[in-house]
Ligand binder design. Structure first.
Ligand SMILES: Nc1ncnc2c1ncn2[C@@H]1O[C@H](COP(=O)(O)OP(=O)(O)OP(=O)(O)O)[C@@H](O)[C@H]1O
Ligand SMILES: [Mg+2]
Length: 304
């Protein structure tokens, strides 16, 4: 088992009348691209802010690289960089100058020319180094933000919705950059997103959060498997069909949805299910597998 470099325990933030995030128990391993998935208002930014020590939690603890964030703040955050919501720039200065300024703020000294150029190269902006940031596209600004975060040679980088507002090409560039950071530099990347297919494409592990609460966490592959063997049955009358299916011993998690009856059935038992339905005088219109992570996400975010 690889090392856990970020662990939150019962992390929560309460505002006036509501919990923005509650009982967030994350485990991020070294080398993960960890997707933190949730719809708008789920509590993603709030959780990231607490982890980066930008706001104070109401409950719980954060441990980074084995150091407690509240008692050993500096050591805990030593190898961590992050961007919450949107990176900030001096728009009338060049990308290069912005890198110098960002570097001196985080490192305390102006980074060397070679370091700046190498980092801009990594994010694909070396050729635009001397252009003013105001001439940059949204995607380029996002990548410049990541470049700034890279200046301190982080081992963990926290990105809050890094592809928000980007077009498909811009999103792809950011995803490729994230993969490159992990593969080539061994940087662990934690990113939040409200887009499931994005997380599915880039992340190795993920957590789903909704209405401030964490719903599930695990490897993307495992979570996909959890939803394997889900079958969608379209049969009528629906109520009768549902009660027939519910009674069968090898069928689990039966639920009625807008699309029909959803149940967990090993494909080898499908013929028996059909047989029972027909015997109960149900009309079976279709039976199909239903296993995308998208379904899982929607199911988990609507049921909680
Ligand atoms: N400073 C604050 N004061 C009061 N409520 C807040 C504050 N910050 C966030 N909230 C509330 O906490 C909840 C979670 O907000 P948060 O910004 O963490 O969600 P999010 O998952 O990042 O959403 P989005 O996808 O829209 O960025 C929301 O209901 C929000 O209104
Ligand atoms: Mg947010």
């Amino acid at each position: 088992m690889s090392e856990i470099i970020l662990r939150t325990t019962n992390l929560g933030k309460h505002y006036k009348d509501r919990w923005a995030a509650r009982d967030i128990n994350l485990e991020v391993h070294r080398g993960d691209v960890f997707g933190f998935l949730g719809p708008n208002g789920a509590g993603k930014s709030t959780s990231i802010r607490m982890i980066l020590s930008l706001i104070k939690p109401t409950t719980g603890t954060v441990e980074l690289f084995g150091h407690d964030l509240f008692t050993q703040r500096e050591r805990a955050l030593h190898n961590v960089a992050g961007i919450v919501e949107k990176p900030d720039f001096y728009l009338y200065l060049s990308a290069y100058r912005n890198m110098q300024i960002a570097g001196s703020l985080t490192l305390g000294t102006t980074p060397e020319n070679i370091k700046i150029m190498e980092t801009l190269e990594t994010v694909g902006l070396a050729e635009r180094a001397l252009d003013k940031v105001k001439t940059f596209s949204h995607g380029m600004k996002q990548r410049l933000g990541i470049a700034q975060a890279l200046l301190c040679d982080p081992l963990l980088i926290m990105l809050d919705e890094p592809t928000n507002g980007l077009d498909p090409q811009g999103m792809k560039e950011v995803r490729e950059l994230i993969t490159k950071l992990t593969n080539d530099r061994g940087i662990t990347v934690f990113l939040s997103s409200h887009l499931l297919n994005e997380v599915e494409q880039v992340a190795t592990r993920m957590a789903i959060i909704n209405k401030g609460k964490m719903i599930v966490q695990g490897s993307v592959e495992e979570l996909l498997k959890t939803n394997a063997n889900k079958i969608l049955i379209h049969a009528e009358p629906v109520r009768r069909a549902k009660s027939v299916v519910e009674k069968m011993e090898y069928v689990g998690g039966v639920a009625q949805t807008e699309d029909g009856i959803v149940a967990q059935i090993d494909p080898k038992h499908v013929p028996a299910v059909v047989k029972e339905l027909v015997a109960a005088k149900c009309k079976v219109y279709s039976i199909q597998p239903k296993h995308s992570l998208e379904e899982y996400f929607l199911e988990k975010t609507t049921e909680s």
